[in-house]
Write a protein that binds this ligand. Structure first.
Ligand code: ADP
Ligand code: MG
Length: 348
């Protein structure tokens, strides 16, 4: 398993709060022209001229959202940023700034927080965003990390969960279920490690799915791709909780029903083989797994030829009147109502 490789253990109390903040944030560079003042004053100052602003926050709690026995802190810092950027991209906006707040117990040495911030810094670099502030406090138990992301969008270009029309195509980016299966592998290896700490896991056959769990990426590219294809989605959401609940959100907010085709759900071969190994139904995993951070959106049927065959995009269904309900059309051509949770027992 991934062990604490920090040889050095500098007590946080040796630095004091201000020393700690300075130390952790000293490498952050301002890249966005909209950032007037970043870290270092009572508040950041941003100037978005005449653009609309989107703001989103996520809170991650140790033991609830992550398990430090197999999540390296660097990956956690990266992921904490990514999950927020994904929400910004789901509005069709460009992510520009984040703030990062942490509550940390004294069981963490400075070196652990350096790792966390190295992940945050890497995400900021790759996604071209500024870290413009945050808060630092102590916690009696575990680690809490809250990231707020800010983004900008040109007038009237934002895309909501509402807005889909009957007959619109339902489209998803990338593939689904990998992060969930990566978690299953990591959980299994954790149990093996508990029994025999000398047993080093062979994660080689699972590199893609483990990476999707530990180091997810957000779909920064899709807004531009759609613009280049001259396609404007009618509604959009990111896939954080699993395909079924995201479909239900789009349907609820747009006042529609939907048919989702099981044989169209994009799955990586490693997801399929790992599902076979764990004896789990891959459709169930795609529908209920979550943490894919792909984008799910609807487009008019008129746009079909523009997106057809694009390797980033899969048409997985189409929208219907709300009276038609929300269904999975299985490979055997049966129609099963989709519920946020619950339908997954249909195979048993
Ligand atoms: P205040 O007392 O006004 O809350 P702080 O001393 O907490 O100010 O913060 C000083 C500066 O450092 C501010 O710009 C704040 O946004 C930033 N900051 C504090 N904690 C963090 C952190 N964990 N990550 C990034 N920036 C931080
Ligand atoms: Mg503060």
């Amino acid at each position: 398993m991934i062990e604490d490789k920090n040889q050095q253990r500098t007590q946080l109390s040796d630095l004091g709060e201000f020393g700690l903040i300075d130390h952790l944030t000293k490498n952050f560079k301002i890249k966005q022209s909209s950032t007037i003042k970043g870290i270092g004053d009572d508040a950041a100052v941003l100037n978005f001229e005449n653009k609309k602003i989107v703001v989103t926050t996520d809170l991650l709690v140790e033991g609830v959202h992550f398990d430090l026995s197999y999540v390296p802190l660097k990956h956690l810092g990266y992921k904490a940023v990514i999950v927020n950027l994904s929400d910004v991209y789901a509005m069709n906006a460009k992510a520009t700034q984040v703030t990062v707040s942490i509550a940390v117990s004294n069981r963490f040495p400075l070196e652990a927080l350096e790792d966390l911030y190295a992940g945050i810094e890497t995400a900021a670099k790759i996604y071209d965003i500024d870290v413009v502030g945050g808060d630092t406090t102590s916690s009696n138990t575990g680690l809490l990390i809250s990231v707020t992301a800010i983004g900008e969008v040109e007038a009237d270009n934002e895309i909501y969960r509402k807005g889909a029309k009957p007959n619109d195509l339902l489209v998803v980016t990338g593939d689904l279920g990998a992060a969930y299966m990566g978690l299953q592998v990591l959980e299994r290896e954790k149990e093996v490690y508990k029994v025999n700490p000398n047993n080093q896991p062979d994660l080689e056959p699972y590199t893609y799915i483990v990476e999707r769990q530990l180091k997810p990426e957000a779909r920064k590219d899709i807004s531009k791709l759609l613009k280049d294809l001259n396609v404007k989605p009618t509604s959009m959401i990111d896939v954080s909780d699993g395909l079924s609940s995201e479909i239900m959100h789009l349907c609820k907010h747009s006042g529609l029903g939907c048919d989702l085709y099981e044989n169209k759900i994009p799955l990586d071969p490693q997801v399929i083989s790992t599902c076979e190994e764990f004896n789990i139904d891959s459709t169930t995993v795609a529908l209920n797994g979550g943490e894919d951070y792909e984008l799910l959106f609807t487009v008019s049927q008129d746009d079909f030829l523009k997106i057809k065959g694009n390797p980033n995009l899969s048409v997985i269904g189409f929208m219907k009147e709300s009276t038609e309900g929300i269904h999975l059309v299985t490979r055997a051509d049966t129609r099963i109502p989709i519920k946020a949770q619950g339908w997954k027992n249909f195979n048993d």
